[in-house]
Ligand binder design. Sequence first.
Ligand code: TXA
Ligand code: MG
Length: 321
Amino acid sequence: MALIGKDIAYAKQVLDSGELVAIPTETVYGLAGNALDAKAVASIFETKNRPSFDPLIIHVASVTAVEQYVSTFPEKLKALADKFWPGPLTLLLSRKEMVPDLVTSGLPRVAVRVPDHSLTRSLLSELDYPLAAPSANPFGYISPTQPAHVQLQLGDKIPYILDGGACKVGLESTIVGMEGEDVVIYRLGGLEVSEIEQVVGSVKIQDHSSSNPQSPGLLESHYAPRKPFLLGNLQELISRCRYEQRDFAVLSFDQEFQELPKERQIALSPTGDLREAAANLFAAMRKLDQSDAAVILAEKMPAKGLGLAINDRLKRAAAQG
Ligand code: TXA
Ligand code: MG
């Protein structure tokens, strides 16, 4: 079992010694190590069981700290950083030599962000290196949004979990880079497309799949529960399961089903608020995955705002196997 607490000095001591600490962010919990120490970075991959072709995001305390690690900062991306950092935005920027190859999987760009969480920002401001941190889940599983999620899955492999409570955004950061003059979104996430477009004008959304060489880690089957996960019209899926006599649990946007037991259904936001739905998504998927139902049935969210990023995660959860 890992220790869980709010002790920044202890977290620093663990990280300084080359070991890993789970850190809270506004998006999801990260599994953090010294990004400039190749050994610590290697142990992140090992602990998560993550293939080394899947690069890591480095986390820094401020926009100015980023400049140490990148060689250029295109104007449009700088405008996004100024507006949205700290926050759920990751930028792909050309890296300096000092960033280990293992962090970027040998790619020319490094992914960087300034997370919006007071504990983690205090920690970062006391370190003299950035933190490489993927989401703190075993590779391929649902990202953790609470310390208990981390404890359950990685608690026997790491010494410390910095307890920052439940993550307020609940979806991973939006990943943005440039191709020529175009701003490209490589992963939909906690910062909405429309918020980005207000600053830089229209953007391209790159459909990420395992064949995308820009972001090899954005594999199709990801964020996946262990149980079969079916995405579609809930009434139809429910009828089909009844006909097939399969035990099911239901994940809806805002609907509650009178005829189903309470423990077999979760409405992500009974009031129909997409931000609330995003914040509840991963914990709800975990809960239903741990229920005794045989299959999870889910519906898409309205395709606007954070609904786009939630639908992306739901599609990937349904793309197992
Ligand atoms: O919100 C988040 O982004 C969380 C918190 C902990 O910051 N982190 C996170 O990390 O979601 P991870 O490793 O689970 O996902 C990062 C994604 C990977 O799928 C990877 O492919 C992409 O970012 N990525 C990282 N570095 C890259 C690079 N240099 N070029 C292209 N894609 C990169
Ligand atoms: Mg992840």
